[in-house]
Design a protein around this ligand. Structure first.
Ligand SMILES: C[S@@+](CC[C@H](N)C(=O)[O-])C[C@H]1O[C@@H](n2cnc3c(N)ncnc32)[C@H](O)[C@@H]1O
Length: 196
């Protein structure tokens, strides 16, 4: 699988991955990580956990992936073809403010996405999804209806999630991703959260 550190792409095999992951409590995966700020923030806050950021777009990852934190890794991958090296390893998945094919995949319960999430997860894994009004509107969905649709798709895929709840401007403001902060100051500062 392809990993990135700064501007350098490095291929990592299963043995190297297992060496990196040894002795950590939980493996947390942030899908559609963007610039990786969220991963960096979790890696600093939870040194006993290993945090992995995945995104299909490498250009945004140059800054945060450069940081010298041993419990952090960034992988370049499409959400619809997640690396099999991670099979059965991930104890928590976050998807924060998805757009494009990642959001479409959640809305349509795309088989390759849903099976990929299931494949990576441990038997007790949890998932958190945060959504925003603008991205859902672009996908043709009102915020609440889109959140409900994704909630039911996750339930059907076997995830134990609670009913969607609103995120207001204040909550977006303190949520540690670049996109949350941008949304909090933007024209449509509304979000929804679906948590395990
Ligand atoms: C609005 S940004 C949110 C970034 C970050 N989670 C945040 O909150 O700041 C959405 C991200 O999803 C990624 N994305 C969209 N479709 C994807 C896919 N099919 N596979 C992987 N990443 C995808 C984009 O490249 C982008 O970085």
């Amino acid at each position: 699988m392809e990993t990135i550190r700064g501007k350098t792409c490095i291929l990592m095999d299963l043995n190297e991955l297992h060496d990196r992951l040894a002795n950590y409590n939980r493996i947390i995966l942030d899908l559609g990580t963007g610039d990786g700020r969220y991963v960096h923030s979790l890696a600093e806050r939870f040194p006993a956990d290993f945090i992995i950021g995945v995104d299909s777009c490498r250009e945004n990852l140059h800054e945060y992936s450069r940081a010298k934190l041993l419990n952090m890794l960034f992988i370049i991958s499409n959400a619809q073809s997640l690396p099999c090296e991670l099979n059965g390893l991930v104890s928590h998945i976050s998807i924060n403010f998805p757009w494009g094919s990642l959001l479409d995949g959640l809305l349509t319960a795309d088989t390759s996405l849903m099976r990929g999430l299931e494949r990576l997860a441990t038997s007790t894994a949890s998932i958190d999804v945060h959504l925003n009004g603008g991205a859902l509107a672009d996908a043709g969905w009102p915020l609440e209806n889109g959140a409900d649709k994704i909630y039911y798709n996750l339930l059907q895929a076997g995830w134990r999630v609670r009913t969607p709840r609103c995120m207001d401007e204040d909550e977006l403001q303190v949520f540690p991703t670049t996109w949350a902060r941008r949304l909090a100051h933007g024209r449509d500062p509304r979000g929804m959260k679906i948590h395990s």
